[in-house]
Design a protein around this ligand. Sequence first.
Ligand code: GCU
Length: 433
Amino acid sequence: MLKSHWMMAIAWVALSCSHLFAAEFPDFASLPSRAETPDPLVMLDGTKVSTVADWNAKRKPELKGLFQNFMYGYLPPKPQRSVVEEVIFTDNTFLDGKATLSESRLAFFGPDLKHRLHVLLVVPNKKSGPVPVFVGMNFCGNHALASHPKIHLVESWVYKSCVGSEMERATEKSRGTQAEAWNLDLIIERGYGLACFYSGDLDPDTADFSDGIEPSYYKPGQTGPAPSDAGAIATWAWGYHRVVDFLFEQHSKEIDLKRIAAVGHSRNGKTTLLAAALDDRIALAIPHQAGCGGTAPSRVAIDRKDVETIRRINTAFPHWFCDNFALFNETPDKLPFDQNCLVALCAPRPVLFSNATEDQWANPDGQIDMLRGADAVYGLFGAGGFNVKERPELGQLVGTKLGYFIRDGKHSMERRDWTAFLDFADKQLPSGR
Ligand code: GCU
């Protein structure tokens, strides 16, 4: 057998292993309806889980499978090989010499992807040891985080709404236009690093997958996604995992690998929570204003107009989830989980839900219920969960390992949000872990 054939054979084995659970799950028609939020500690067959060992060995893998099978689609497998194709630049004079900014282009093989993932990394120069780092996914390209001329300008599709974009392409005018969302100076001042990537490097947020990595994982003859194949959020979560691999493989001296936090806003926040739920290397997660399909309950009355329902999200953004998810549009109470179970998969790691008063669409009150509904699993770990019952005062961080924050204002990521993120990380991710 030629080497490439061996590689393909191994890739197919890896692919089919990632789908192992699918065959074990009931089909949609035989799922029972339950109006109440599912208990994360009760297995699909009704067995109650009461030990950490059973949680880890049985319920956690079951929930990981259920979320992928019925909602997000199965993440592609880890590539057999990831390489840094090029370190595009390194600048140790960034932010008046306070930080080193670099960008690396990653390539993946097995299967061989034509897409390249660009990782922008900023790390403080003054440090007494390895630093904690946020891994984030951005909306408009790495070049939008800072007006540094060497940051690679995205060549593929970008949102029309990205400042400086012309005909859905980035231009020189796009540089630095998201600086206020990412606050690199504050992150550095507080002693953290940031590794950031653009979602469109892996799958532009358009209605089909032809421009993303997804078709590279299709079986021979397959022309579109199967019902539980990865949607865009699953593909983007795979991207978070590849950035974590990159930090482990290339930056283990300067980054504290036990203090990797994931962050993202809105659809990128939905991705953040999924990425953390499926990868224990992510030590803390901040899905910011993530809402429906992320931090908000799927079980809301289907005719509610003030918050997003799964019918609305599957209609407006059908490519974010796998096709199976749309089966639940009219009957969300048939879902064998709710988003509290996705939080529970992060236990005992810290998770912060952050919100804004004018972002009712993201259902900030329903999100409180999701944290409460994960509390029992944190309790199992003796990890101090969440017993907040109603909206806290504006601008106050509440909770412990499970945290909640709401401020006034709009759906956006701002400096005051980052102050809360960093305060939460300082408390929940102390050095010397
Ligand atoms: C829309 C969508 C939300 C999403 C948001 C965003 O408002 O309905 O689910 O979170 O876009 O990503 O900005």
